[in-house]
Write a protein that binds this ligand. Sequence first.
Ligand code: DX5
Ligand code: ZN
Length: 216
Amino acid sequence: MKVAPSIIAAKFTDYQEEIVRVEKAGADLLHLDVMDGVFVPNITFGPMIVEAINEISTIDLDAHLMIAKPENYLKQFIDAGLDWISFHCEATKKTDECIRYIQERGVKAGLAINPPTSFDRIKEYVEKLDYLLIMTVNPGFYGQQFIADVLSKIEEAKDWMTKHKLRCLIEVDGGINATNAALVCQAGADIVVAGAGIFKSSDYRKAVEELRCSKA
Ligand code: DX5
Ligand code: ZN
């Protein structure tokens, strides 16, 4: 599995150093959690900070937009230098337009789904997506408890993709640690996001390796 550390859990006063450290530890993507205080009850950062992170980082930037009406901000985020962008199906009525807009600009498009949202609800979009971001916590904060009930949805999505020969990747996000990463991997995840699981550990390299190689 690929590992995408979520810098929301890093030490903000040492951002530059934290990004360099986690890249040296073997991170594949840098996960940027964008929260607007409307779609989720927390606020993080916007395109200006993404642009600054892009100047520091040498690996692909994977933004997870937890914002209402993402269609209004896609241009700014793409201009800031993102490589992957996911937005929530629960946050817009313009899912098709958003996917198309992102992909036409050479950026990978992902659709994020919250724990209570069924796979059925977003099935029709999967063939168009570069990746599906399946949340294993209700979004808004890092360091929450992994919701194991979502494992069956990961399996359902994986089965559907295999059956229909779709090349959409599955990214799983929320409460991932060395223990549950094995279950997520077995269920079909291609990429795992981890905030606290990496940045609150004393050895980033060991944490990244444990997530990447986990087997159930
Ligand atoms: C939750 C975010 C996640 C989260 C990851 O709203 O989308 O990316 O911060 O952090 P952990 O791994 O600590 O749950
Ligand atoms: Zn996230």
